[in-house]
Design a protein around this ligand. Structure first.
Ligand code: SF4
Ligand code: SF4
Length: 218
């Protein structure tokens, strides 16, 4: 008598549902490999999957062609579904998600069988995944993955700086091979003390050109 009524005024007032309410199941078609795990585990047998196999040609010469399942039909009959969530739990490829949407009542029970396009349409209302719990210690695998990522990043940085180093080396070698750019006279003058000249063609490795020898002797 004295406690207020808890009657919900739906549909005039929308209920304040938790974001992870089990309203309807959404399908991410691209992730589904037609493995049939969800259909096999569903206690109500209300998931219908049809698929066919297609041959995917080898990606490299000498490789083997592969068989791949192509999804033709994925449907859930929500007139049978008991919202247990087993299908979502067992899916190894993250193709099924809970959406809090619940307003899909129908006059005809057959319309409660949602085909893949309708199941895909529920994806827009799927809440983002929860943030990691800071109180839970980080898994060992995460640390290993971080180490591998850091190594890969370091290798990438080195590969990016290498051409620059080579370029610097080439520039330094250029002085030796092509002669001092600022001191162009060295190249033409055949200064033996300057290693530039050999590569410059001014003085061959065997010594001065025959036509220069008489002058030097003279
Ligand atoms: S929620 Fe449960 S009953 Fe509904 S489709 Fe998934 S496995 Fe089947
Ligand atoms: S378990 Fe996942 S990947 Fe396998 S058929 Fe079901 S939805 Fe598709």
């Amino acid at each position: 008598m004295v406690t207020p009524s808890h009657t919900a005024e739906y549909p005039d007032a929308q209920p304040a549902l938790p974001p992870r309410s089990r309203g309807v199941i959404a399908l991410l078609h691209e992730n589904c490999t037609s493995c049939m795990l969800c259909a096999r585990e569903c206690p109500d047998w209300c998931i219908y999957i049809e698929s066919h196999k297609e041959e995917v040609p080898a990606t490299e010469p000498g490789g083997r062609a592969r068989q791949r399942n192509m999804l033709d039909r994925f449907a859930i009959d929500f007139s049978l579904c008991m919202y247990c969530g087993i299908c979502i739990e067992v899916c190894p490829f993250d193709a099924l998600f809970w959406s809090p949407e619940f307003e899909y009542a129908e006059f005809d029970i057959r319309d409660l069988t949602h085909e893949s396009d309708r199941l895909g349409g529920w994806l827009g209302s799927v809440p983002p995944p929860p943030l990691p719990d800071s109180r839970v210690p980080e898994a060992k695998e995460v640390e290993v993955a971080r180490g591998a990522a850091a190594k890969a990043l370091e290798a990438y940085r080195i590969s990016q700086t290498e051409p620059e180093g080579l370029a610097l080396g080439a520039a330094a070698g250029g002085d030796a091979a092509g002669g001092d750019a600022a001191n162009g006279g060295d190249a033409g003058s055949g200064d033996g003390a300057n290693g530039d000249d050999a590569a410059d063609g001014a003085e061959p490795p065997g010594g001065p050109a025959p036509e220069q020898r008489p002058e030097q002797q003279g």
